[in-house]
Design a protein around this ligand. Structure first.
Ligand code: FMN
Length: 266
C-alpha cells in the first residue's frame, strides 16, 4: 500500500506524546508530515479527509488509565472511511490500563483501521525534582524505539494491499474500561512574588482556564491538572499543593520508580 502522507493527531499538554509521535514519523520517512495538534483550547479538527492515501498516527497521554475525556471530545470529529491508523498512548511509568484499547475502539468507531499500536513512557505530569517519576522521558532510547517502530510500520505498509486485509489489531485492556474520576476543582495557583506576568501559563493551558486580570487568575473548574503551566513557567511561579494530588505523587514516587519500557503491538 502506497502512503503519500502522514498525519499526526495528538493531545499533548506537556509534549511527551508529541515527541514520541514525531520520532515515529521520522522512522516512517514519509515525504509529507502534517501536524494536527488538538491540545489548544481553540484547536479544531481537520475538516475533510485528504484525497491522497494518508496514514494517521493518533497519540494521547494516559490519565487515570484512560484517555483524557477532553481529548476524546476533540478527537471525535475526525472521521474516515477506511484510512489506516497507528494508535499510541504515552503514560507516566505507572500503567496504561485500558487506554490503548479505548483508543483502538475510538478510532475504529470513527472509521479508521488500526494497523499498529504502541504504549510509550513519558515524564509523569506530576514529576518534579522531589518526585522524579520517569523524569526526562521519552529519552534517547525511547525515541530510538519509536523511530524503529516507524520504520517497521513503513515496511508493513509496503507489504500490504489494503489495511482491511489484516487481522484486527489486538491490544491489552479490558472492557468495560476502568472508571476514572478526573480531579475537579483543584488547580495550581500562582505565587505572585515569583510571577512576571509573561502569560506563558495562559498560552499553554489546554482548556483556557488561565487568564491575566491584574494578576494571573485560574478557573479551577476548567483545570484538568495536566501541569503544563507548572512545567513551562519560566519563574517557577505555578504551585500545586492540593492534598489529593500530593498523596498521588507520594504513592507514585514510592511505587513506580522502576523503569518500564515501550511496548509495540501489530
Ligand atoms: C490527570 C493525570 C492523570 C494521569 N494518569 C496516569 C496514569 O493513570 N498512569 C500513568 O502511568 N501516568 C499517568 N499520568 C501521566 C501522563 O500520562 C504522562 O505524564 C504523559 O507523558 C503526559 O503526556 P503529555 O506530555 O503528552 O501531556 C497522568 C497525568 C495526569 C495529568
Amino acid at each position: 500500500m502506497k502512503i503519500d502522507s502522514v498525519k499526526l493527531v495528538y493531545f499533548s499538554p506537556t509534549q511527551t506524546t508529541e515527541k514520541v509521535l514525531k520520532a515515529i514519523a521520522k522512522g516512517i520517512g514519509a515525504g509529507k508530515v502534517q501536524d494536527v495538534n488538538l491540545t489548544g483550547p481553540d484547536s479544531g479538527p481537520p475538516a475533510d479527509e485528504p484525497g491522497e492515501p494518508t496514514l494517521y498516527i493518533f497519540g494521547f497521554p494516559v490519565y487515570g488509565g484512560r484517555l483524557p475525556a477532553l481529548a476524546v471530545k476533540r478527537f471525535s470529529k475526525i472521521k474516515s472511511s477506511g484510512m489506516p491508523a497507528v494508535i499510541v498512548v504515552v503514560y507516566g511509568n505507572r500503567a496504561y490500563d485500558d487506554s490503548l484499547l479505548e483508543l483502538r475502539d475510538l478510532v475504529s468507531e470513527n472509521g479508521f483501521i488500526p494497523i499498529a499500536g504502541g504504549a510509550f513512557i513519558g515524564e509523569h505530569s506530576f514529576a518534579n525534582e522531589h518526585a522524579p517519576i520517569a523524569i526526562s522521558r521519552p529519552d534517547q532510547k525511547d525515541l530510538e524505539k519509536a523511530q524503529g517502530f516507524g520504520t517497521a510500520i513503513a515496511n508493513c505498509l509496503r507489504n500490504m494491499n489494503a489495511p482491511d486485509e489484516r487481522k484486527a489489531l489486538r491490544v491489552p485492556g479490558n472492557f468495560p474500561y476502568r472508571e476514572y474520576r478526573a480531579p475537579s476543582g483543584i488547580s495550581p495557583y500562582t505565587d505572585t512574588d515569583l510571577c512576571s506576568q509573561c502569560e506563558t501559563c495562559v498560552d499553554v493551558c489546554p482548556t483556557g482556564a488561565i487568564h491575566l486580570d491584574g494578576e494571573i487568575m485560574t478557573n479551577a473548574e476548567r483545570c484538568i491538572v495536566c501541569c503544563a503551566c507548572i512545567k513551562k513557567c519560566p519563574g517557577g511561579a505555578r504551585i500545586r499543593e492540593a492534598p489529593r494530588i500530593k498523596k498521588v505523587v507520594q504513592w507514585l514516587s514510592e511505587n513506580f520508580q522502576q523503569r518500564k519500557e515501550p511496548e509495540i503491538f501489530c
